[in-house]
Design a protein around this ligand. Structure first.
Ligand code: SME
Length: 161
C-alpha cells in the first residue's frame, strides 16, 4: 500500500519529493493506464487547490480522456479546441491564470478558474497526449509549478515502452 508522505521545504523541494514518489510508483511498470492513473491520484492528493488532475491521450485524431481524479470530464477534445487542444497542437505548456479569458476554453467543471496543461511528447517527437490540471483558484500555477509538473509528465513518458 502506498502512503504519500507529506511534502516539506520550498516548492522546488516539494516537487523533487513528489517526483521521487512518482518514480517509485511507476518503477518497473510500463502500462500507460496504470502509470497515468497512479500519477493523477498522487498529484491530486499531494497538491492543494486542485479540482481536476488527469490525462487526455491522443488517438491520432483528437484527445480522448484517460485516467483522472475529479468530476467526470468531456471525453473528446479536438486539437483546435480548448486549453488542452492548444497544448497538444503547439506542444507548449499552457499556463492559464484565468480560463474564462482563454478563447475556446472548454468548461468541464464550472469550478475551474486556472489551468495548466503539459503536452506529452515521445522521444521520437510523436504526440502522446496531455497532462491537465485545473484549479478553482485564479492564477494557481506559477513557474515552479510548471517546472515541477513538466518533470512529472516527463517521468510518465520515460516509464512508457
Ligand atoms: N478545460 C480543458 C478541458 C478539459 S477539463 O478541464 C478536464 C480545456 O479547455 O481544454
Amino acid at each position: 500500500m502506498f502512503t504519500a508522505s507529506s511534502l516539506t521545504g520550498n516548492k522546488a523541494e516539494q516537487y523533487a519529493q513528489l517526483l521521487q514518489q512518482a518514480r517509485a510508483l511507476m518503477a518497473g511498470e510500463s502500462d500507460r493506464v496504470a502509470n497515468a492513473a497512479n500519477l493523477a491520484a498522487l498529484v491530486y492528493h499531494a497538491l492543494p487547490d486542485l479540482n481536476w488532475v488527469g490525462f487526455y491521450f491522443f488517438d491520432g485524431v483528437e484527445l480522448v480522456v484517460g485516467p483522472f481524479q475529479g468530476l467526470p470530464a468531456c471525453v473528446r477534445i479536438p486539437l483546435d479546441k480548448g486549453v488542452c487542444g492548444a497544448a497538444a497542437s503547439t506542444r507548449q505548456t499552457q499556463r492559464i491564470d484565468d480560463v474564462h479569458a482563454f478563447p475556446g476554453h472548454i468548461a468541464c467543471d464550472s469550478a475551474s478558474n486556472s489551468e495548466l496543461v503539459v503536452p506529452l511528447v515521445a522521444a521520437d517527437g510523436s504526440l502522446l497526449g496531455v497532462f491537465d490540471l485545473d484549479s478553482p483558484k485564479h492564477a494557481r500555477f506559477d513557474a515552479d509549478d510548471q517546472a515541477g509538473l513538466e518533470a512529472l509528465a516527463f517521468a510518465l513518458i520515460q516509464s512508457l515502452p
